[in-house]
Design a protein around this ligand. Structure first.
Ligand code: WTA
Length: 651
């Protein structure tokens, strides 16, 4: 377990209790009997599913042939129909779906009817480009309303989307396009981040010669003249031209509940990202129900999830969850500290945000920046706060509660993963007594355990591996074109139990405390990265012979990337080389993968069986193993340290 997790474990001394505020409790959608109902999980999820629109009802709720689940067998359903058409014949048609703010300050508002019109037209435009049911479409876009339109248009015609985070590099995009065998790419000329224009189409152009399956590219004009965008005749189309030329109505495809809705690539423990496959009926049911009860969404609420749509949080709780519930939400394109550190709080005030869903990293940044930025604003519209992506330390939890929530908003600390699709462990606002730092209990209808090395449930007070013991509707169905890896990664360690790869503790009162990853995945500012992926990016540099990457604890980001690098003969570990390698990691993966620290060494300490001694590296990187790390390039130093560690480990 990593360093930050150890720090967290010491904080498990946390004993404060935060019962739900009385006012909140009285009006909450979730009530304690939801847990009772959830015990009959199939009936519970069927009830939730029946609140959606089905062209044809299912014959059977669940078929569970370990490790393959099918939910809502033979049910026919369409995602875009459920997110928009369902509201078109009700007063919700004129309700605002998205209040969007661009980083430069431009604004747009889309009602459900606006969304309906735009999605229908884009769906037709895609059909004209030859995209058919089952074809994969990659989306590489900034946080602008068209990304939502693009995703829904794909679902309307039954083409699974694969969104690639706009912060990933061109090379990362290439790998994901090729693995998916995508037929089209939807992108934008660029987007804005911290006042800079980030080129996307130009980045895509670098790799589009190596993506043989791509037949067409649809480009949204976002930054216009700020960038020179070249269009290839017969392959590239401006979004607005394509949409303007398209017919107004596109019949939604009647998809099987088990048809693939989308693919989302996520870091695994090898260098190659995994294509996590989500299907239609179960996923929609899972995110619909969790959004409704965990965010207590009621008409009049303004929801704001600060994630990027390129990650699962944005898929489930910006696109599908809110729209399936007919919600109004805020969507923001840029950085929290641009043009100054008060940006988020101005947004909360301006749009009267009532439910805010954010991350521990942002909360810790705000703590550091001081309360002044919040005090300048009226945040009284807020009534519920959420967090996701990494363990939240009790200090950050209490700060969030006190300064953002003014001690009147419950906090939902939601644990889940790209693979789970939906929130799995969380308080129910209005019901659960919270403990800062604990994600509390499994959502009704789901079953989670903490088990020891043998797979036996630990007693209250014990810690071990977090596993899921029952299928849930939004669970991943497989890894794209890699069933073997699906079985091995999630189902091989403990037969019949889904391995989350998180460590957890179950306390005496039955509360779950997530301690962080137990594999080689790290969470940097909540972003999921694989140490192996960064290692292979570094080794790809011509001067690097070997690299070992670890996560080290970071005050704000939770974890940061530290890289140990052995250079090839003839290269020197200079500050310039450090800079060059940092840039190389950015180019290969993206800015989020840039190592915070690079340490040049003459060898990487390994165990006799060839495993990198990560604990030793962590201690070196945090300065515990020896004070002066500049001597590490000298032969023998690492060997000496290794010996010391081996003898300590034996004791
Ligand atoms: C971590 C993000 C503690 C965890 C939705 C998990 C959390 C990984 C929490 C999945 C939380 C997510 N408390 N840890 N509330 N939420 N995690 O796939 O390590 O980007 O396994 O999905 O994030 O990351 P992913």
């Amino acid at each position: 377990m990593s360093d930050s997790n150890k720090a967290l474990e010491s904080l498990l001394e946390e004993k404060r209790l935060f019962p739900p505020p009385e006012d909140f409790k009285k009006a909450a959608l979730a009530t304690a009997d939801l847990y009772e109902k959830g015990k009959e999980s199939e009936a519970f999820w069927a009830d939730m599913a029946s609140e959606l629109h089905w062209f044809k009802p299912w014959d059977e709720v669940l078929e569970w042939k370990l490790p393959f689940a099918k939910w809502f067998i033979n049910g026919k359903i369409n995602a875009s129909y459920n997110c928009i058409d369902r509201f078109i014949s009700s007063p919700t048609r004129d309700k605002v779906a998205i209040m969007w703010e661009g980083e430069p300050g431009d604004e747009r508002t889309l009602t459900y009817l606006d969304l309906y019109r735009e999605v229908n037209k884009l769906a037709n435009a895609l059909k004209h480009l030859g995209i058919k049911r089952g074809d994969r479409v990659t989306i590489y876009m900034p946080m602008i309303p068209e990304i939502v339109v693009a995703m829904l248009a794909c679902t309307r015609i039954g083409a699974p989307h694969s969104v690639v985070f706009g912060g990933f590099s061109a090379e990362a995009l290439r790998g994901r396009i090729n693995d998916a065998g995508a037929k089209a790419l939807i992108t934008a000329d660029g987007g804005y981040r911290r006042g800079k224009v980030i080129p996307l189409k130009q980045a895509a152009d670098e790799i589009l010669k190596d993506t043989p399956t791509i037949e067409s590219v649809v480009v949204v004009r976002r930054v216009g003249d700020a960038l020179k965008t070249t269009m290839k005749e017969g392959r590239d189309y401006w979004y607005h031209d394509a949409v303007n030329a398209a017919e107004e109505y596109c019949e939604p495809e009647q998809m099987d509940a088990e048809d693939m809705l989308f693919l989302l690539y996520s870091s695994g423990t090898t260098g190659k990202p995994k294509g996590v496959v989500h299907t239609t009926g179960g996923y929609l049911t899972g995110v619909y129900a969790t959004f409704k009860y965990i965010f207590d969404y009621k008409p009049g609420d303004i929801f704001w999830c600060t994630a990027d749509i390129g990650w699962i949080t944005g898929h489930s709780y910006i696109v599908y969850g809110p729209l399936l519930n007919g919600a109004t939400q805020v969507m923001y394109e840029g950085a929290p500290d641009y043009p100054d550190r008060g940006r988020w709080w101005r947004i909360v005030e301006k749009y009267s945000v009532s439910i805010l869903y954010s991350t521990p990293t942002s909360i810790r940044s705000f703590m550091k920046w001081g309360t002044k930025w919040l005090e300048e604003r009226n945040l009284s519209s807020l009534r519920l706060l959420g967090t996701v992506g990494e363990p939240i330390n009790p200090e950050a939890w209490v700060w969030y509660y006190k300064y953002v929530g003014n001690e009147k908003c419950p906090i939902v600390d939601t644990w889940w993963q790209t693979e789970t699709g939906q929130i799995m462990i969380t308080p129910l606002p209005g019901v659960t007594v919270c403990k800062p730092g604990s994600a509390t209990h499994p959502f009704p209808g789901t079953e989670v355990e903490v088990v020891d090395e043998q797979g036996n449930p630990v007693k209250p007070g014990g810690s071990g591996y977090l596993v899921i013991t029952k299928p849930w509707p939004a669970m991943l169905r497989t890894l794209y074109k890699d069933e073997k890896r699906y079985r091995e990664t999630y189902w091989s360690k403990f037969p019949g139990k889904y391995l989350t790869s998180d460590g957890a503790k179950l306390d005496e009162d039955g509360y779950f405390w997530i301690l962080g990853r137990v594999d080689d995945i790290i969470k940097v500012a909540g972003h999921r990265l694989s140490t192996m992926e960064i290692e292979s990016a570094l080794v790809d540099h011509h001067a690097v012979a070997e690299a070992a990457v670890i996560g080290i604890s970071h005050e704000i980001k939770g974890e940061a990337v530290a890289a140990f690098v052995i250079l090839k003969e003839g290269f020197k570990g200079t500050p310039e080389m450090q800079q060059e390698l940092k840039m190389h990691a950015r180019k290969k993966i993206g800015p989020i993968a840039e190592p915070e620290t690079i340490i040049f060494v003459s060898e990487v300490p390994k165990t006799r069986s060839g495993k990198i001694m990560r604990r030793l590296l962590r201690d070196i990187a945090t300065g515990r193993a020896l004070g002066d790390i500049s001597t590490l390039s000298e032969p023998g130093v690492i060997a000496e340290l290794k010996k010391r560690y081996e003898s300590e480990e034996r004791e």
